[in-house]
Design a protein around this ligand. Sequence first.
Ligand code: FES
Length: 164
Amino acid sequence: MDAGRITALADVPDDSTFLFRVADESGEEREAILVVDGVAATDGGNPTDPAPDGGDQTDPAADADDRIACWLNYCQHLTHIKLDKGSGAPMRDGELICANHGAYFEADSGRCTFGPCEGAYLTDLEITVSDGDVYLTDEEYEFVGTGPLESDDLDRASTSNVEF
Ligand code: FES
């Protein structure tokens, strides 16, 4: 499917998620999130340290490209439950938190590190960063627009069971 510009990289928050909508090949719309792993920038690390892979960490564009990920906006415990319920998913130490039962997901790998679905992975979507903008370049999904689905009552009744 065609690449669609999602947003400017600068508009993706460091401590939460950027919510948007995609359509699959059948036209069904779903929600997806962009997330930046802010740990590298905030853990006191030296940005001039050589990258483990030999990359150049002094190139901010390359760094941002490596740190942003895109996931479908659904928990792997109960897959109709959204991580970002419309105002950004909670995050702690570079991990997304499902507010329903407290599962933690690594922002960069999508792996659940704690909670009822430990070991499961969020569903990833392919994105590309170019000239400071983030594009959806996934073969299976088409960009629809920013923000939540307009009519979606699957997760309406869910509330947080976790205190932050
Ligand atoms: S629905 Fe996400 S942890 Fe239970």
